[in-house]
Design a protein around this ligand. Structure first.
Ligand SMILES: Nc1ncnc2c1ncn2[C@@H]1O[C@H](COP(=O)(O)OP(=O)(O)OP(=O)(O)O)[C@@H](O)[C@H]1O
Ligand SMILES: [Mg+2]
Length: 420
C-alpha cells in the first residue's frame, strides 16, 4: 500500500517511522515533509492546507490511505474531501474536529454531558471579559482564545494587569486572528498534567500508553507556553486506578457525547488531563496526535499502525488487540534560540550522525531542511531527540547523552525533562 502523511513536523516523522515497520507499506509520501523526513519518505511539495492539491495527488498516485496529522487541515475538512473522493483517510471529519478547533464548543460539550472540567465563561468582547474577571477577583485566571493558535493561545494571568494585557493581545491586537473573536475565561486548576491519546472509530475507544508534556519554554516550568519542549511515557502519575476512572468519567462519556451531537469522532482523540485534588479533569481535547507526545508514545507501539488506521476508518477497532512495549521513552526537543518568540532559521546543525553512538536513540526532525549532505534549522522546534530504555531514568539519561552530541548556533533545550 502507498501511504500519504500530511504535515511536516516531529510528530509526522514519528508516524512515518512507525509506518515503516509495517510489512503492508510499499511507499510513504509526506506533504510537505521536511529535511529529515525526506530521508525516510518522499517529500511532496504540497502544503498541508492545500486540500484540493492533496486530493489530486492521492488520486493520481494511487494512495491507499492518507493520515491527516495536523489540526488545521482536519478543522478545514480535509478528511471530508478525501472521503468524498473515495480515499480512506485517518482523522476526524470537520464536524468532529471542532472538539479541538473551538474551545467554546468543547467547553459547552463538557458542560452539557457532565464531563469534569474547569468552570468557565465565554465572552465575545474585551469589556465584558474584563468586567467578569474583575468582579470574580480570583487569580491566577486562565484566558483562552477560542480557536487554533499553535499552542500559544492560552494565557495564565496572575493579576488584573496581566489579564488586561492578555485580553488585549487576543481580542484587540488579534495576534491569533479570528481564533481570538471569542475567549474562554477559566478557573485555574492545579495538579499533575497527563496526556492520553486514544484511537477511536466512534464506537470503540482504545487509549494509548500515557505521556507527559513539558509546555513551558524554560527549566523549572518557567517562561512562555510552547508547542511542547519534551515528553516522557509513561506518565508516572497516571496509575491503573486513575486510568479506569478516566475511562468511566471522561473518555467514554466524550465518545458518547460526540455521537449524541451527531459528530462521531474517528481518529486519534487526545485528552489533556489534570489530576486535581477533586479528581481528573479535562484541560483540553485535541483532534490528533500530540506533538511531541507522538514521539514517545508511538515508539512503544507493537501492533501494526496500518492495521489500526484501517480499523479506525472501517469501524472495526473492537477486533484489534493493540499491544505496547513495557519500555519507557523520553524525548527532548531542541529548539531555535528565541523560540517561542522570534528566532533565526538557516543555522547549520552539527553532530547529527554522532547520535547513532547512543544505543536506542532516534532523532525525529521537526523543523529542518537538507542541502547536499547538511541539515539546517528551519523552524522553532527543530529536532526531537528520543530514547527508549527499560526505565524512564535510563531513557532520559540516554536521550540527554544524544543531545550532547548535537549543536548549532543558538540551540536551546530544557535540561529537566522528566524531572518536574
Ligand atoms: N484551567 C487551567 N488551569 C491551570 N492550567 C491550565 C488551565 N488550562 C490550561 N492550562 C495550562 O495551559 C496549557 C495549555 O492549555 P491548553 O491545553 O488548553 O492549550 P492549547 O493551546 O490547546 O494546547 P495544545 O498546544 O497542547 O493543543 C495546559 O497544558 C496547562 O498547563
Ligand atoms: Mg489544544
Amino acid at each position: 500500500m502507498k501511504i500519504l502523511v500530511i504535515g511536516g513536523g516531529g510528530r509526522e516523522h514519528a508516524v512515518i517511522r512507525k509506518l515503516m515497520e509495517s510489512s503492508r507499506v510499499d511507499k510513504i509520501y509526506c506533504a510537505p515533509g521536511n529535511g529529515g523526513i525526506g530521508c525516510d519518505a518522499e517529500n511532496v511539495p504540497i502544503q498541508a492546507m492545500d486540500t484540493a492539491g492533496i486530493v489530486n495527488f492521492a488520486k493520481k498516485n494511487g494512495i491507499g490511505l492518507v493520515c491527516v496529522t495536523p489540526d488545521d487541515p482536519l478543522a478545514a475538512g480535509m478528511v471530508d474531501a478525501l472521503e468524498a473522493a473515495g480515499i480512506p483517510a485517518f482523522g476526524p471529519n470537520r464536524a468532529a474536529a471542532q472538539i479541538e478547533a473551538s474551545k467554546v464548543f468543547s467547553k459547552n460539550l463538557m458542560k452539557k454531558y457532565h464531563i469534569p472540567t474547569a468552570d468557565y465563561c465565554v465572552f465575545d468582547n474585551p469589556k465584558d471579559t474584563l468586567a467578569y474577571i474583575q468582579k470574580q477577583g480570583r487569580f491566577p485566571v486562565v484566558i483562552k482564545a477560542d480557536g487554533l493558535a499553535l499552542g500559544k493561545g492560552v494565557i495564565i494571568a496572575q493579576n488584573l494587569k496581566e489579564a488586561e494585557s492578555a485580553v488585549k493581545t487576543i481580542m484587540e491586537d488579534k495576534v491569533f486572528g479570528a481564533s481570538g473573536n471569542k475567549v474562554v475565561v477559566e478557573e485555574f486548576l492545579t495538579g499533575p498534567e497527563v496526556s492520553v491519546l486514544a484511537f477511536t472509530d466512534g464506537k470503540t475507544l482504545k487509549p494509548m500508553v500515557s505521556s507527559k508534556d513539558h509546555k513551558r519554554a524554560l527549566d523549572g516550568n518557567k517562561g512562555k507556553n510552547t508547542g511542547g519542549m519534551g515528553t516522557i511515557s509513561p506518565n508516572p502519575f497516571y496509575t491503573e486506578a486513575i486510568a479506569e476512572e478516566c475511562m468511566q468519567t471522561i473518555f467514554l462519556p466524550t465518545l458518547k457525547a460526540m455521537n449524541a451531537e451527531g459528530r462521531p469522532f474517528k481518529g486519534c482523540l487526545y485528552f489533556g488531563l489534570m489530576l486535581t485534588p477533586d479528581g481528573p479533569k479535562v484541560i483540553e481535547y485535541n483532534s490528533r496526535f500530540g506533538d511531541p507526545e507522538a514521539q514517545v508514545v508511538l515508539p512503544r507501539l507493537k501492533t501494526d499502525l496500518v492495521d489500526i488506521f484501517e480499523a479506525t476508518i472501517n469501524g472495526t477497532l473492537d477486533q484489534i488487540d493493540i499491544q505496547w512495549k513495557k519500555d519507557a521513552c523520553a524525548c527532548v526537543i531542541l529548539a531555535s534560540g528565541g523560540y517561542p518568540g522570534s528566532y533565526q532559521k538557516g543555522m547549520e546543525i552539527h553532530g547529527l550522525d554522532e547520535h547513532g553512538q547512543v544505543e536506542g536513540a532516534t532523532i525525529y526532525h521537526a523543523g529542518t531542511i537538507k542541502k547536499g549532505n547538511k541539515f539546517y534549522t528551519n523552524g522553532g522546534r527543530v529536532l526531537g531527540v528520543t530514547c527508549a530504555a527499560g526505565t524512564l531514568e535510563e531513557a532520559l539519561q540516554k536521550a540527554y547523552a544524544a543531545v550532547d552530541k548535537i549543536t548549532w548556533n543558538g540551540m536551546q533545550y530544557r535540561h529537566d525533562i522528566g524531572k518536574v
